[in-house]
Design a binder for this molecule. Structure first.
Ligand SMILES: [Mg+2]
Length: 367
């Protein structure tokens, strides 16, 4: 098989409910969709959608500029030889992990379609279907956050992530106490600061909440700061934004800095990169999630397919942004959450059917 044309599309994803983090409020993310056209009738679909210029290092503009470099280089390459596709991309540019990830996802979609297999089956098979997810409790008042936490547990959610940071830590401490108080047996709580605390603040929050059960996710801005805080914390430390590549993840595991990961698929090289993280975490008995920062049905399907193959007891859940945004690309099989779980799309590849013309004319095309 050969790639004959690559189309790049831009799409606004309208929000239907609020979502905030310590660094930013998410507003109508701008997603980038990649279509790999081939010398067969098959098309592979990939996607990458940062929430905005914060808190990721890449944004829609930088990703599209990267695709301008990668697109011409990939014409004529065989999308089923995914390792060789990564070689072509690595020989074209340094960086550009987001754009490379979108291409990787599209290649896996094609591989599944050619062999009439789901992506999760190409990855070794679904160990969970439906797949557990976690739901975010955005930054809010202690009472409001506790009320939402109760409602989500009522709906069947067994993993909740409370956002924190960006305000005085006393407010965070009050919110953590209020939410932890309503957490039911068997439900996991993660407190995700998205890099919002200093080392001292992270230690103070952990001390003030030392008898409460939760994981502390990415409390500080950098790997070094998280590592410094780690030895003083009373809670397991989960790295997200600082888990930038496989070597860093391996170091965080081997040095005891990280007790788990909140992994973003398009930060680590797409489905291929996330497969490596999955295997490393399984070998080292380390929990991980399988997420992305944002995106439509293509990203959601990629997260659910890989998330289904995680060892269940080490899974921190597969997160999708569907609850916060309007509509689906594929109204029938676009991933959605039902009682805290997400069914794996049943069709070959990612299992998502994209109607031609859905995204309007491409913003770039290479052939
Ligand atoms: Mg996180």
């Amino acid at each position: 098989m050969k790639i004959t044309q690559i189309d790049v599309f831009a799409k606004n994803l309208p929000m239907v409910s609020g979502y905030n983090m310590s660094s930013s409020t998410v507003g109508d993310p701008d997603t980038t969709v990649v279509a790999l056209r081939t010398d067969t009738k098959l098309t592979g679909w990939g996607e990458i959608c940062p929430t905005g210029p914060l808190p990721q290092v890449e944004h829609a503009g930088s990703i599209r500029a990267d695709l301008d470099l990668l697109g011409p280089a990939l014409i004529g390459a065989d999308p089923l030889r995914i390792g060789l596709i990564h070689d072509v991309m690595a020989a074209t540019m340094d960086g550009g992990q987001g754009a490379r990830s979108a291409v990787d996802i599209a290649c896996w979609d094609l591989l599944g379609k050619v062999h009439n297999e789901r992506v999760c089956d190409l990855l070794g098979g679904a160990r969970m279907d439906p797949v557990s997810t976690y739901h975010v409790v955005p930054i809010g008042t202690p009472d409001g956050s506790a009320q939402l936490a109760e409602q989500l547990q009522e709906e069947g959610h067994t993993k909740l992530q409370l956002k924190s940071g960006g305000r005085h830590i006393d407010e965070d401490i009050d919110a953590v106490h209020a939410v932890a108080k309503v957490i039911r047996p068997g439900v996991d709580l993660f407190v995700d600061c998205n890099r919002g605390w200093t080392v001292g603040e992270a230690i103070q929050v952990s001390r003030a909440c030392r008898d409460l059960k939760f994981d502390m996710e990415q409390p500080c801005a950098t790997y070094a700061e998280c590592a410094t805080a780690r030895t003083h914390l009373h809670h397991p430390l989960v790295l997200d934004e600082s888990a930038t590549d496989l070597a860093t993840i391996a170091r965080a595991i081997s040095t005891g800095v990280a007790d788990g990961f909140g992994m973003k698929l398009t930060r680590i090289g797409g489905i291929s990169g996330m497969r490596a993280v999955r295997d490393l975490c399984e070998a080292s008995n380390t929990p991980t999630s399988c997420d992305d920062s944002w995106g439509g049905d293509i990203i959601a399907a990629a997260c659910v397919h890989v998330g289904a193959t995680l060892t269940p007891r080490l899974s921190r859940g597969a997160w999708i942004s569907a609850p916060y945004q309007a509509g689906h690309y594929d109204e029938e099989h676009g991933p959605r959450i039902v009682s805290g779980m997400i069914a794996v799309p049943p069709g070959p590849g990612l299992g998502i059917t994209i109607p031609e013309g859905l995204f309007g004319p491409p913003i770039a095309s290479f052939s």
